[in-house]
Design a protein. Structure first.
Lengths: 171, 289
């Protein structure tokens, strides 16, 4: 139960961070995608189901606020959680590289999908422009923020696992 | 109990379930536009105060980060500023004189200064479009403060955008640089009409957006001021948009197009003014934008 509460707080917190704080400290006009860091870290540390639920709810929050259609971001982010969850088996908690690689891949895929959706709708086909000025900077920035945020999330996860030990909770 | 049951699901079942929910939501939101409104309102009531709070903290830190400058710098600056104040006071007096003269002359001409007549509400930007792909943002005033859809938004005396959605305590604004935006405009000098179209790409590369559908006979030149036109259905007339540049004949030889350098500074929008007067056109009438 405690874990569910912490997850809800983390989703809301990351949503607020992404839409408010990091928006005021844009680097080169780019905000990092913190929600992807959260989803990816959760999926890798906790497995597919946790990743999917985190992805679903953070996507839903984005949909409610900024999306044109409910369910679009929720679906995309849930798929991220599902796919990243496959790597849960390969993961051990000292491994810092795997989550970061996954975060990078996720953000790249996210950028490409957004390019296809928004780009095609607006008949903007200058792929190299978007790659250079949006997708790649966002990727670098997101991974950089991910290095820090992933550590924080790992700490929180550790603390939760420790308190859960002996209380016969489900893992 | 719920918690326990969730863990009996296999990941694949959960995937199928959530996909079904997403598909359902998509279908519902496509079929009934505005069905998300109640949800948005509820979430808005919870999240917007938090966003406002975070932003206040953010700007407080931003303000105080500057106070670490050394005394010497500040003293020098103070001297400079004192000189500037003197200069400006003089200039202000001179301007007030001319202003009085201007009002007098305007009254004489029975000319109304439309721009100053609009009623406005100030609002603070609390959040942007949640990523790098949108050029919309949220402000901390909403339907509770009298904001309605299609109200015009200004910053720094230039047009910023238009309200596209309101909640009880927030409003979503689409900027004129957004790819979806097009504003019917005219040249202040020659009166030639045109359409200002948002374009994120040219905005990022050159700081300009596009202007199109200028008549081939128009005498509009680079450097001319563009304002919103009278034939727009949503934008009030006479609001400054920007300065035209790079006007060239289209390859069709029927129209000209060019670029506009917007008046508003889209990199640093913090406060905006929302005009509460709305353009009223009979429903069903043809619109230019």
């Amino acid at each position: 139960m405690r874990r569910v509460l912490v997850s809800i707080v983390m989703v809301v917190l990351c949503f607020l961070l992404q839409t408010s704080v990091f928006d005021t400290v844009r680097l080169a006009g780019i905000t990092p995608n913190i929600l992807i860091v959260l989803i990816c870290s959760t999926a890798v540390m906790r497995g597919q189901k946790a990743g999917m639920l985190t992805g679903f709810f953070s996507g839903l929050l984005l949909d409610i606020f900024f999306g044109k259609y409910l369910g679009a971001f929720a679906f995309l982010y849930m798929i991220f959680g599902f796919v990243d969850g496959f790597f849960h088996r390969l993961y051990y908690s000292d491994d810092n590289v795997l989550p970061l690689i996954l975060i990078g891949c996720n953000d790249l895929v996210y950028g490409l999908i957004m390019y296809i959706v928004t780009g095609l709708l607006h008949r903007h086909l200058h792929f190299l422009f978007y790659l250079r000025s949006v997708i790649l900077p966002e990727l670098v920035y997101t991974v950089a923020v991910g290095i820090v945020l992933y550590r924080v999330l790992l700490r929180i996860d550790d603390r939760l696992s420790r308190t859960e030990q002996g209380s016969a909770d489900f893992v | 109990m719920k918690y326990r049951r969730k863990f009996h699901f296999s990941p694949r079942m959960l995937l199928a379930l959530l996909t079904a929910i997403c598909a359902g939501l998509l279908v519902i939101s496509v079929a009934f536009k505005g069905i998300a409104k109640p949800f948005t309102d509820i979430v808005g009531l919870v999240v917007v105060p938090m966003q406002t709070g975070i932003n206040t903290v953010g700007s407080w830190i931003g303000d105080h980060a500057g106070s670490l400058r050394t005394m010497k710098e500040l003293q020098e600056e103070n001297k400079e500023l004192a000189a500037q104040v003197e200069e400006l006071t003089k200039e202000n007096e001179r301007l007030q004189d001319s202003q009085q003269e201007l009002t007098g002359l305007q009254e004489l001409l029975a000319l109304k200064q439309e721009y100053a007549d609009y009623h406005t509400i100030g609002a603070r930007v609390i959040s942007s479009g949640g990523g790098n792909w949108y050029t919309t943002f949220l402000v901390n005033k909403g339907s509770g403060d009298g904001i309605k859809k299609d109200m015009n938004v200004l910053a720094g005396n230039g047009l910023v955008g238009i309200v596209i959605e309101t909640g009880k305590n927030y409003a979503k604004i689409r900027t004129i640089i957004d790819d979806d935006s097009s504003v019917s405009a005219k040249s202040l000098k020659t009166g030639d009409t045109c359409v200002v179209k948002g374009d994120i790409q040219t905005m990022q590369e050159e700081g300009m957006i596009k202007v199109a559908y200028i008549s081939k006979d128009a005498t509009m030149m680079a450097g001319e001021e563009l304002v919103t036109s009278n034939i727009s259905s949503k934008y009030l007339p006479g609001i400054r948009i920007g300065t035209a540049s790079d006007i060239v004949m289209d390859s069709s030889n029927l129209t000209k197009s060019g670029k506009v350098y917007p008046v508003a500074d889209f990199q640093h929008i913090e406060q905006v003014l929302i005009i509460t007067d709305m353009k009223e056109v009979p429903s069903g009438s043809e619109s230019a934008d």
